[in-house]
Design a protein around this ligand. Sequence first.
Ligand SMILES: [Zn+2]
Length: 296
Amino acid sequence: MEIEIGPISERGMGFLILLREGGKMKDLIKRAAEDLIKSAYAIALTGAGISTESGIPDFRGPSGIWTKDPEAEKRAYQSYEKFRKNPKEYWKERLSGPSLLGDLRKVMPNPGHYALAELEQIGILQWVITQNVDNLHQRGGSQKVLDYHGNAFKLRCVSCHARYDPNVFDLERLNRENQLPPLCKKCNGAIKSDVVHFNEPIPPDVAERSFEEASQCDLMLICGTSAVVYPFANLPRVAKRRQLEKGIGIILIEINAEPTPLTEQKISDYLIQGKTGQILPQIVEEVKRIGKEYGK
Ligand SMILES: [Zn+2]
């Protein structure tokens, strides 16, 4: 009997590609786990991608906050200028308007946040540097977090950079008694939201610490960010430059839904394409499995 060998049907081909991609994904997860175990000083950078999986809208996507409300974007562009010129008006507007990000207290961390917290607990991850202001890393259990763009649950003195829990101030009473803005208890400087507004410099303490961490890490896990917003976008480039100039073995791993400029410019060593909430927990499982094999 002759067996007819014809071209593989389109459906069959699709299945083969799926199998191949699935195998590739498994290999990459294993590779990331091995790289993490071998690393001496790993840090993670995170961006909007890890928060959208908790249901927080991004800003410029199809149903992003700015896309749906361009007026809100205009106002946001003026926030810092408004604070500089008239901190009382800035506060009056804040207290009367709705919160841009909705009620962040109702949002929960997702498996991606928990996985990074676990990597810290195991002793592998040293810091998370995040562009997100939602406090979800801290709520997910991470202890060492640098809020690069500030934290929506904190206030900050623009003079001495002291951070405050908003409950330290009775903002409604200050408003009624015409005493806004709240003043710093250490230096009497004007206080604003800790969230870094457009055109506002990154608070120098966070900027310097983040730069130091990017300069000394030997592994950078870049999760849910295309790193195109500066100066945050400098951080992977700082690590890459050190790798190239000094020939130091620094590994940059991206986990993102899509390839990014970091992928295209070969700043990252490899990309694991998909959802951070699915991939990070698998990496942690693999780290634990391999760790056991090594007797760690
Ligand atoms: Zn102060």
